[in-house]
Design a binder for this molecule. Structure first.
Ligand code: NAD
Length: 479
């Protein structure tokens, strides 16, 4: 499977002809390749996006939405193919990935429908005159995405910028770029040339070239906090830019003594997103359980994690696949060893699964650690893998202090039947997205994003659409 990049309406190779291999993480076999883009390719992509933008912005919202619907329909038409490639390329299990593929098209339609909501205001600043604001597109938006949900993120990456009158350059994750190749083919068929450009390659090469491009003022990045900080710095060296960052998490789930354990225990396991080996920014990887319930919850969680079926990602019965890539596997292995070394008790998993099926590939059994304390690195650092830390607490102030004792602040889950406890705790946790008696699910229209080092800016909502525009104030003065 040999994919190409989309630049200026053409499917192209990289300027130097270089290619990157796509590895199936379940088998370590090479399953395809994509161009290894260069800074020169990025320059061409930005130039193409720039020249396409005025005509794109001049279209009516309905016309832009109609084009976006064509892309969504094109994705639906190739959904089975996208799904298979995505599962093979990421290792995420197929039963759950169906939703990712559907979501990519759905998000495009959803954002297309919101075009008329991106609007300004009128302000009664002076009597007799008219003071209004309008939302102007930035021009070219640069979007950089991570490996855990490539097609879902790529669909989202184009939707917001396009409906608001921008053109876009997307930089897919180098570990899992194949589905972006299909998206490129669809966009070539459905959109005017240059409106969407997709440049594959290494982050430090094409990603950096996009961030540093002087005429790309708006950068939206999803990835690690480390790269997010590099991007903020790089952008600031070139120009004043609007950079939003959707970064990592080390998210708490707090179980209060009155929690409904029949629901909280499965939710704690679901919150770990084991279908993609915990490689999710929102995974509730720190489970804080009140002392009075600790053993019961630990036992229930351990039993469920032990029962998860690890298997080939394309098998609908598999609940856990391999990790996305070798580095991620090594990171998980390192943190599991560290947890043991730091004195945490490994209750479940943490080793390579047995059997011929797992001889090759980036496999690791989901791990549950008990007796974790907040001085341990596994309790504070993002592992981005299938490692869950179960932490005991007895005082409310104590648990909130522990929940907030990381540099991250993405999601939090609070389990209680008491409304006062729920609201007070939700207000006290330093997280951008809080579930009360829930985990995992993202709700349409609700802003998603992080506090502290989990990011800046909000997506998945009208906030995101507005963020692709700049406000212009216009004063109409009576003569
Ligand atoms: P990463 O930061 O290594 O890479 C993300 C993207 O940035 C890739 O496309 C990569 O090529 C590119 N990149 C790398 N260096 C770059 C540079 N110097 N300049 C420009 N681009 C560069 O992240 P990852 O390992 O792909 O993904 C995992 C991380 O993403 C985790 O921390 C996870 O929590 C986070 N994440 C956050 C969200 C969210 O919505 N908050 C969602 C998914 C993943």
């Amino acid at each position: 499977m040999s994919m190409q990049m989309l630049i200026g309406g053409e499917l192209v190779e990289s300027a130097n002809g270089g290619r990157m291999e796509a590895i199936d993480p379940a088998t370590e076999q090479v399953i395809g390749s994509v161009p290894a883009g260069t800074a020169q390719d990025m320059e061409k992509a930005v130039a193409a996006a720039e020249s396409a933008q005025p005509a794109w912005a001049a279209l009516s919202i309905d016309a832009r939405a109609a084009y976006m619907h064509k892309v969504a329909d094109g994705m639906d038409a190739r959904a089975a193919e996208i799904l298979e490639i995505e599962v093979k390329d990421t290792g995420n299990t197929i039963a759950k990935m169906e939703a990712d593929v559907q979501k990519a098209a759905e998000r495009i339609r959803n954002y297309a429908a919101l075009g008329f909501e991106v609007k300004g205001i009128t302000v009664p600043s002076t009597p007799g005159n008219l003071h209004v604001t309008v939302c102007e597109p930035y021009g070219v938006v640069g979007r950089i995405i991570p490996f855990n949900h490539p097609i879902a993120f790529a669909g989202r990456a184009l939707a917001g910028p396009l409906i608001t009158g921008n053109t876009v350059v997307i930089k897919p994750p180098e570990q899992s770029s194949l589905s972006a190749g299909i998206l490129g083919e669809i966009c070539k068929e459905c959109l005017p040339a240059g409106v969407v450009n997709i440049v594959t390659g290494e982050g430090a090469a094409v990603g950096d070239a996009l961030v540093r491009h002087p005429r790309v003022k708006r950068i939206a990045f999803t990835g690690s906090a480390e790269t997010g900080m590099i991007i903020q710095r790089a952008a600031a060296e070139v120009a004043v830019k609007h950079v939003t960052l959707e970064l990592g998490g080390k998210n708490p789930m707090i179980v209060f003594p009155d929690a409904d354990l029949d629901k909280a225990i499965p939710a704690a396991v679901a919150g770990m997103n084991f279908a993609w080996q915990g490689q999710s920014c929102g995974s509730t990887s720190r489970l804080f359980v009140h002392d009075s319930l600790y053993d019961r919850v630990l036992e229930g969680v351990a039993e469920r994690v032990r029962a998860l079926r690890i298997g080939m990602p394309l098998d609908y019965d598999s609940q856990v696949g391999p990790m996305n890539n070798k580095e991620q596997l090594e990171k998980a292995v390192k943190y599991i060893a560290l947890g043991v070394e730091e004195g945490a008790r490994l209750v479940v998993g943490g080793k390579r699964p047995e059997g011929d099926m797992f001889a090759k590939g980036y496999w690791i059994e989901p791990a549950v650690f008990a007796d974790v304390t907040m001085d341990m690195r596994i309790a504070k650092e993002e592992i981005f893998g299938p490692v869950m830390s179960v932490i005991r607490w007895s005082g409310v102030d104590e648990v909130i202090e522990m929940a907030n004792a990381t540099d991250y602040g993405l999601t939090a889950a609070i389990w209680t039947r008491d409304i006062d406890t729920a609201i007070t705790t939700a207000r006290r946790v330093q997280s951008g997205y809080v579930w009360i008696n829930g985990t995992s699910r993202h709700y349409r229209g609700m802003p998603f994003g992080g506090m502290k080092n989990s990011g800046t800016g909000r997506e998945e909502s009208i906030d995101e659409l507005l963020s692709y525009t700049e406000t212009k104030a216009i004063h109409v003065l009576t003569a």
